[in-house]
Design a binder for this molecule. Structure first.
Ligand SMILES: NC(=O)C1=CN([C@@H]2O[C@H](COP(=O)(O)OP(=O)(O)OC[C@H]3O[C@@H](n4cnc5c(N)ncnc54)[C@H](OP(=O)(O)O)[C@@H]3O)[C@@H](O)[C@H]2O)[C@H](O)CC1
Ligand SMILES: [K+]
Length: 496
C-alpha cells in the first residue's frame, strides 16, 4: 500500500498546511449572515467589520489621496458608506457618489445616514479626478446585468479601483461578467472568497484578492457544509513512496492509445510514470500500432500488441483510455470491456469521442478529463451551461455519469458525483500546449493507482500538473512531465 504522510501536530512545519479554502456561494453567504444574527452577531456589526476592512486595505496600499466611493442601493453600498466614513476620519479626502439609496430603516441606510461628508452626483465626471475609487455598487446581490448608467461611470475611471466583495458586474457564483465589470487593482473578499474570484474571467478582474475575516462566531462556516473549494493541498495528500514499496504496489497504469498520434500515448505514459505509477503499459488499440508506438516509448513503458483486451481485469489496474486513440469499433469494445470488468478508468481525448452525445457510455469511469469542446460533444446542452456556469455544468455531468469530471481550462473545475467541486488556479499559461492534457490524464491514472479516491486523485493531479509546468517561453508538454518531481518536492517541502 502507498504510504501517506501522517499529520503530526507536534511538527511545526505542518503549520503551513492551509485550511480548506471554501468558496461561498451568494446563497451560502446569506445563510451565514442569518446564522450569525441568530447567534447574536448583527448585520450591522458585520457591515462595520466589512467597511473597516475596506478602509484598512486602502490605507495599507495607498497614501492619502482623493477617494470617490461608489455606493449602491444594497449592503454592498452599506460597506462603502462605512469605509467612506473611516477613511475620512483618518484624514483622507473622500466623496461619495450614490447609485440609488438603500431602503429606509435598513442597516445600509443607517450606514449612509451617518455620512456627513461630501456627496457628488453619480456621473462619469465624479470619478474623473479621483486618486482611488472604491467600488461598492453591487456585490452578492447583483441580480441582472449592470445598468448602463453604472457601466458609464465605471468605464470613466482612470484611478485604481478597490472593489468591495467583487468588482461590480462580476457574478460571484460563476465568474461571469453581467454586462460589464471593471478591472480592480484590489478586491476585498468578505470572510471567504467566492467561486467567481477563482473562475475566469472573474479571477482576472479582481486584481490582488484580500480575504478578510468579519468576526463570525466559530462553527458557522462548517455548519454550512460548503461543497466548493479552491483546489489545493488542503483537499488531498499526495502519495509518497515508502521504503517497503515495490512497483506492483504503486498501481499498473495501462494507456490505451492509437498510432495516429503516438506522441499522445507517450506523454500520458510519461505523466503516469513521473507521478508515481509502479508500472506503465502502452496498449495499442489498432493493428500495427504497437510497431509505431514502440518507436516513441521511453524505457519502462511496455508496448502491448492488440488485443489490448487481454490486459483487462486484474488487481491494481488503472486504464487511461483515449490519448491519441482512434475512436473505432475496437476502441468502443475495449471501453465496454474495461467498464464491465470494473477496472478503474480515466477517459480522455479519443475515449471521449467514443461517447459523443452518449454520456451514459461513461457510467463506470472513475475520472473523465474533457476540455470545453469535448465536454460539449459528450454532454450536448450541458456544453452551453459550461459557458455560463462551469461548476454547475461539471457537477451535473458528474452526477449523470457517476464519474469525477475534470473540465479543463485555465480555471479547471473538478466535480464529483456527490456535488463536491474544486476550482483550480495554479495553471500557468504555458500549459496551453499540445500534449499537456495527455500528461494530465496520465497523472490522474497514477494517482488512482496509488490509492487516492477519484475526486482527490483528480484534484491532486490537476494541482500537480499546474505546479509541474515551467513558466516562460519554449515550454512543451515533455517539460511538464519532467517538472513533476519538482512539483512533488514543492508539495513535500511545504505541506507534507
Ligand atoms: N457575510 C457577508 O459576506 C456580508 C456581506 N455584506 C455585503 O453585503 C453585500 C450583499 O448585499 P445585498 O444587499 O444582498 O446585495 P447588493 O448590495 O449587491 O445589491 C442588492 C441591491 O442592488 C439591486 N440590484 C441588483 N442588481 C442590480 C442591477 N443589475 N441593477 C440595478 N440594481 C440592482 C438590488 O435590487 P433588486 O431589485 O434586485 O432587489 C438591491 O437593491 C455583499 O456583497 C457584501 O458587500 C454585508 O455588509 C456584511 C456581511
Ligand atoms: K462591488
Amino acid at each position: 500500500m502507498p504510504v501517506f504522510p501522517r499529520r503530526d501536530d507536534k511538527n511545526p512545519r505542518q503549520a503551513t498546511r492551509p485550511a480548506p479554502a471554501e468558496l461561498l456561494l451568494p446563497d451560502e453567504s446569506r445563510r451565514l449572515d442569518q446564522a450569525a444574527a441568530e447567534a447574536g452577531v448583527s448585520l450591522e456589526r458585520l457591515m462595520a467589520a466589512a467597511g473597516r476592512a475596506v478602509a484598512r486595505a486602502a490605507m495599507r496600499r495607498w497614501r492619502p489621496r482623493p477617494v470617490v466611493v461608489l455606493a449602491g442601493p444594497g449592503n454592498n453600498g452599506g460597506d462603502g458608506w462605512v469605509a467612506a466614513r473611516l477613511l475620512e476620519e483618518a484624514g483622507w479626502p473622500v466623496a461619495v457618489a450614490a447609485f440609488g439609496m438603500p431602503p429606509e430603516n435598513s442597516v445600509a441606510a443607517e450606514a449612509a445616514g451617518r455620512w456627513r461628508g461630501v456627496r457628488v452626483p453619480f456621473s462619469p465626471e465624479a470619478v474623473g479626478r479621483a486618486g482611488l475609487v472604491i467600488d461598492a455598487l453591487f456585490g452578492a446581490g447583483l441580480s441582472r446585468d449592470l445598468p448602463a448608467e453604472a457601466e458609464a461611470v465605471l468605464r470613466a475611471i482612470r484611478a485604481p479601483i478597490l472593489a468591495v466583495d467583487v468588482p461590480s458586474g462580476l457574478d460571484g457564483a460563476t465568474g461571469q461578467v453581467r454586462g460589464f465589470a471593471p478591472e480592480a487593482a484590489v478586491t476585498v473578499a468578505l470572510e471567504r472568497a467566492r467561486p467567481g474570484h477563482v473562475l475566469l474571467p472573474g479571477r482576472d478582474l479582481c486584481g490582488a484578492l484580500e480575504v478578510v475575516e468579519l468576526g463570525f462566531p466559530p462553527g458557522l462556516i462548517e455548519a454550512l457544509r460548503v461543497r466548493c473549494w479552491r483546489n489545493g493541498p488542503a483537499l488531498w495528500r499526495l502519495p509518497v513512496p515508502g521504503a517497503a514499496m515495490h512497483k506492483h504496489s504503486r498501481g499498473h497504469v495501462v494507456v490505451a492509445a492509437g498510432a495516429t498520434m503516438p506522441g499522445a500515448a507517450r506523454l500520458a505514459a510519461a505523466g503516469a510514470r513521473r507521478a508515481g505509477a509502479g508500472l506503465v503499459t502502452v496498449a495499442a488499440t489498432t493493428q500495427g500500432a504497437a510497431f509505431l508506438l514502440r518507436g516513441v516509448a521511453e524505457a519502462g513503458d511496455i508496448i502491448a500488441d492488440p488485443p489490448a483486451e487481454a490486459l483487462v481485469g486484474g488487481k491494481g489496474k488503472v486504464w487511461v483510455l483515449g490519448p491519441g486513440m482512434v475512436p473505432d469499433d475496437r476502441a468502443r469494445d475495449l471501453l465496454a470491456k474495461v467498464m464491465e470488468a470494473g477496472d478503474r478508468l480515466v477517459v480522455d481525448a479519443g475515449g471521449l469521442t467514443l461517447c459523443a452525445g452518449a454520456p451514459e457510455r461513461l457510467r463506470g469511469a472513475s475520472i473523465i478529463t474533457p476540455h470545453g469542446g469535448e465536454f460539449g460533444r459528450v454532454f450536448g446542452p450541458l456544453g452551453d451551461l459550461a459557458q455560463t456556469d462551469k461548476p454547475e455544468a461539471a457537477r451535473q455531468a458528474a452526477s449523470l455519469t457517476g464519474a469525477v469530471v475534470v473540465l479543463k481550462g485555465s480555471d479547471t473545475v473538478v466535480a464529483a458525483p456527490d456535488g463536491r467541486v474544486a476550482i483550480n488556479s495554479n495553471a500557468p499559461p504555458t500549459l496551453a500546449t499540445a500534449g499537456s492534457g495527455d500528461v494530465l490524464s496520465g497523472i490522474c491514472g497514477a494517482m488512482l493507482g496509488q490509492g487516492l479516491e477519484p475526486f482527490e486523485a483528480a484534484a491532486a493531479a490537476v494541482w500537480l500538473h499546474g505546479a509541474a509546468a515551467p513558466t516562460g517561453a519554449g515550454v512543451v508538454a515533455e517539460d511538464v512531465a519532467a517538472g513533476i518531481p519538482r512539483a512533488f518536492a514543492q508539495w513535500t517541502e511545504t505541506y507534507a
